[in-house]
Design a protein around this ligand. Structure first.
Ligand code: GDP
Length: 425
């Protein structure tokens, strides 16, 4: 059986923790999209880790961690991450890399930087990990698949030279930067080949067999619905689909194999990068939530930059859950809100004088003003509570109010960053 773990919002909802937790009873964990541009923070008995490329199930000896074909694979980042966790005492993980995954090339990272520089104040707020240039090349059919590392070297050189001819025009005339050299790129690719060779696998065939054998497979999403290139706040989105449905493509499994879709929803909002954020708060109010948020504050796992903060957004989350095809909501970081006397929740958007609960297209979102409902806080620490009935009444009311507004069942409540800090309903 396959379960997807995905985000309803802008990312950073706590998918890493939920995946790490569900991995205990799973066999295989697959990353199916995205790259090293976002991170998951995980706290377990080995310590605290920020993973960017490895799936969040790498901490168990019984799991296999898979990089699916849909991922933007940065080979040095992947192996640095493996070495880092091993150096902290985690058993060397079993890793498989899809032969159909494409590689982030060093020039993708450069192009990402150059383009953000060129755009200046109008930039997308990219993490400059090369993700947008990578996916652009993939769909322009000038990307490099892992499988191509193993083809005739002369043909590979020919392809490199064809691809960089185009890149060099931009480097020379648009960005005024040093040009790419075929030999350097070939050498880099040969280094990548050496690193990745022992792990390369026909992942879809492997997963096909695993499903036949009755294994449990987790698909771990990166970012959330609102960063999806089709259904998100285009163009302030990421470059690969963040939806559970894409898990079928990015892992190479049948769509109907995905039986459970756990959508992770955070008890307040945070976002990174540019774009409309209707329930955003500012100033001291935002800073307090930012500092208290998550585990050790709401600061990017990859970049360390402060996240934008906001109240819970029912409109965005209902939409986010719907597009994921949610079967279960994991409602996270509820413990953080224990300091507030009152908790505002965004229940509607006012656009041109009319209130809607339907999430609009991006340009209308820019005009939306939040309609807030204020709920009473519970003013205590709820960490350590393991039974739903033991939560303070106002906390249960908050959870149940949001469940009703978004229309999907909250079956898990996370009240701390640790693996066992979870309340099942
Ligand atoms: P992801 O990208 O969706 O995996 O999310 P991140 O890892 O970027 O952010 C989630 C942060 O919240 C991490 O630092 C987690 O350790 C932390 N976290 C997850 N669940 C909880 C929770 O229930 N309570 C608290 N306090 N922190 C949590």
């Amino acid at each position: 059986m396959v379960k997807a773990i995905v985000g309803a919002n802008w990312g950073d909802e706590g998918k890493g923790k939920i995946t790490d937790m569900l991995a205990e009873n799973s066999d295989i964990i697959v990353r199916f999209q995205g790259g090293a541009n976002a991170g998951h923070t995980i706290i377990n008995n080995y310590g605290k880790f920020a993973l960017h490329t490895l799936p969040s199930g790498v901490f168990y000896e019984h799991t296999t961690s898979v990089i699916g074909n849909g991922v933007a694979l940065n080979i040095p980042v992947l192996f640095n991450e493996v070495n880092e966790i091993v150096s902290k005492g985690v058993p060397r993980p079993k890793i498989l890399v899809s032969d159909r995954a494409q590689m982030v090339m060093p020039y993708h990272i450069l192009f990402d930087q150059y383009e953000e520089e060129r755009l200046g104040g109008k930039s997308f707020g990219s993490t400059k990990s090369g993700i947008a240039p990578f996916y652009s090349d993939k769909y322009a059919k000038i990307g490099f698949q892992v499988s191509e590392l193993f083809m005739d070297p002369e043909l590979l050189k020919e392809k490199i030279s064809r691809v960089i001819a185009q890149k060099n025009v931009l480097l020379e005339h648009l960005y005024h930067k040093p040009l790419l050299v075929e030999e350097d790129i070939f050498r880099t690719l040969m280094e990548y080949k050496e690193m990745v060779e022992p792990f390369v696998c026909d992942v879809s065939a492997f997963l096909h067999q695993a499903l036949k054998d009755g294994k449990t497979i987790l698909l771990e999403g990166q970012l959330g619905t609102l960063k999806d290139p089709d259904h998100g706040i285009y163009p302030m989105v990421t470059s690969s689909s963040t939806l559970a449905a894409y898990g079928a493509i990015g892992a190479g499994i049948p769509p109907y194999a995905i039986e459970k879709i756990v959508t992770v929803v955070k008890a307040y909002s945070s976002a990174v990068g540019a774009g409309a954020f209707v329930s955003e708060i500012f100033g001291e109010e935002a800073q307090e939530l930012r500092v208290r948020g998550g585990d050790g504050g709401e600061f990017g796992a990859t970049t360390g930059r402060p996240r934008r903060m906001g109240w819970f957004d029912c409109v965005a989350s209902k939409y986010g859950c719907r597009l994921q095809g949610t079967t279960d909501v994991a409602f996270t970081v509820v413990d953080v809100l224990g300091y507030l006397d009152e908790i505002p929740v965004c229940v509607g958007y006012e656009i041109d004088g009319e209130v809607t609960t339907d999430f609009p297209v991006a340009y209308k979102l820019e005009q939306a003003k939040p309609v807030l409902k204020v709920l009473p806080g519970w003013k205590c620490d709820i960490r350590g509570i393991r039974k739903y009935e033991d939560l303070p009444e106002n906390c249960r009311n908050y959870i149940e109010f949001i469940e009703k507004e978004i229309g999907y069942p909250i079956t898990m409540v996370s009240n701390g960053p640790g693996r066992d800090e979870i309340i099942y309903r």
